[in-house]
Design a protein around this ligand. Structure first.
Ligand code: FE2
Length: 452
């Protein structure tokens, strides 16, 4: 009898965990967390006592209307050294590449669009997270609380004594290169390629990077992202709540605590700046269910066909932002992770498709099975409402003639921001964003194969 060997597992770095240190996160999605950086800082049994412990101020952050149904209600109580009202007046801050809403997009014909990768700037052109945002496509309207933008973040330095608050929407960061360490009012999270980080609307944060770094980012102007319903899948599967990591309370205690900080606020599509004489990261304790989270997509329980055909790509939904129409998302965040293809008598890549929903795609690493060559890591594609798309000529030929043995699609991570609202590219995306002007040629080799 052969000796039993332990299955080999890849070491995994949990978001928010420094190598060699204990985890500094708590797990779950949308559950009621309670955390304190100092014992006794969190009030017990009430939210707003006459005198909160340690001279802290109580502040409520509401991520949903007070009267939202309980299942949708998101709010967190913060106990901090100074309420966030203590900040100077705001003045406009120029960042011409961060666009918001359909009105900021360009008119384009109903062609499929694709972009080559864009690298972070060299060190001679310093750019932090705020300066590094390049909006690629927009839809919706920030004031109407609808729509989503897809950005690239191309940065090479950390935000220094600078924090950001986005009143327009929540941010879903999808790192492509480099490590992102994000300090928030609720604590610190990290994410690198293969992981994602969700920052709720209104939460102050500051992004640190360890060199040239890039990410895709959805700015969700609509309803907050949540886990999709599972229907007949049952009570487990896809992204499981326990694999999301929320931070534990942490606050600035060093020289940053009483330094001058710049607060950048995104408000109505514009950026504004103010200064204050203390760190915004002064929350000593908090409790609630409105919190940043990080997630490692390697924990996604991918489900697919074990007979024939493949299910609609909604089976790959990680998070969804619903619209007012049931089943029609303001934005779905969908991933195409490593998985086995085993379907019999099936054309295994995605089918040719026209969709009432609009599809913005990115590739974190590896190869996407419908576009083996032209769709490169760091690049992007856009297939708007009813724009035909599907496997390129090479992928079609290969898949049509492949022996249908079980096949592992490995070392790949593509994703999609899918929206009911048509995306409009920005002027930057059409002019400076490495637009692939030959994209449609990838289907030119598909000949008439009809034989009566
Ligand atoms: Fe599609």
């Amino acid at each position: 009898m052969a000796p039993k060997t332990e299955p080999k597992t890849e070491p995994r770095t949990e978001p928010g965990t420094e190598p060699g240190t204990e985890p500094k996160t708590q797990t779950g999605f949308g559950n009621q967390f309670a955390t304190e950086a100092l014992p006794g800082a969190l009030p017990v049994g009430r939210n707003s006592p006459q005198k909160p412990p340690m001279g802290l101020y109580a502040e409520l952050l509401s991520g949903s209307a007070f009267t939202a149904p309980r299942a949708d209600n998101r709010r967190t109580w913060l106990y901090r050294r100074r309420p966030s009202t203590v900040v100077g007046g705001y003045a406009a801050l120029a960042q011409p590449h961060w666009k918001t809403g359909a009105a900021a997009g360009q008119t384009v014909p109903p062609d499929p669009l694709r972009w080559h990768p864009v690298s972070p700037p060299p060190a001679t052109e310093p750019a932090d997270f705020v300066e590094g945002v390049r909006t690629v496509v927009v839809n919706g309207d920030a004031d109407a609380q609808t729509g989503v933008s897809a950005h690239l973040v191309l940065c090479n330095r950390s935000m220094h004594r600078r924090a950001m608050v986005n009143a327009d929407g929540e941010l879903l960061l999808v790192p492509q290169t480099g490590q992102f360490t994000v300090t928030t009012e609720m604590g610190v999270l990290q994410a690198g390629p293969g992981q994602i980080l969700l920052l709720p609307r209104g939460v102050a944060f500051s992004v640190a990077v360890d060199g040239p770094s890039s990410a895709y980012m959805a700015e969700n102007l609509g309803a907050p992202f949540r886990l999709p319903e599972l229907g007949p899948i049952g009570s487990n599967g896809l992204a499981n709540p326990r694999d999301f990591h929320a931070p534990v309370a942490a606050f600035d205690e060093g020289p940053d605590a009483h330094a001058t900080w710049e607060i950048v606020r995104k408000f109505g599509g514009d950026l504004w700046r103010a200064t204050q004489d203390h760190s915004p990261f002064d929350v000593v304790a908090w409790h609630g269910n409105l919190t940043p989270v990080a997630y490692d997509t390697r924990h996604f329980n991918t489900i697919g066909s074990i007979s024939f055909d493949h299910p609609d790509p909604s089976i790959f939904t990680v998070l969804t932002s619903p619209s007012d129409t049931p089943g029609v998302a303001n934005c779905d965040f969908v991933i195409f992770p490593p998985r086995w293809l085993v379907a019999e008598d099936t054309f295994r890549p995605p089918w040719y498709h026209r969709n009432v929903m609009s599809e913005f795609m990115g590739l974190v690493h590896g190869q996407y099975d419908a576009k083996p060559e032209g769709f490169r890591p760091g690049g992007a594609s856009l297939h708007n409402v009813m724009v035909p798309h599907g496997p390129d000529t090479e992928a079609f030929e290969r898949a049509t003639n492949a022996a249908l043995a079980p096949h592992k699609l490995d070392h790949t991570l593509a994703f999609m921001f899918e929206s009911r609202w048509r995306f409009r590219p920005t002027a930057w995306a059409l002019r400076d964003g490495a637009l692939d002007t030959g994209y449609a040629q990838c289907w030119a080799g598909l000949e008439d194969r009809f034989k009566a």
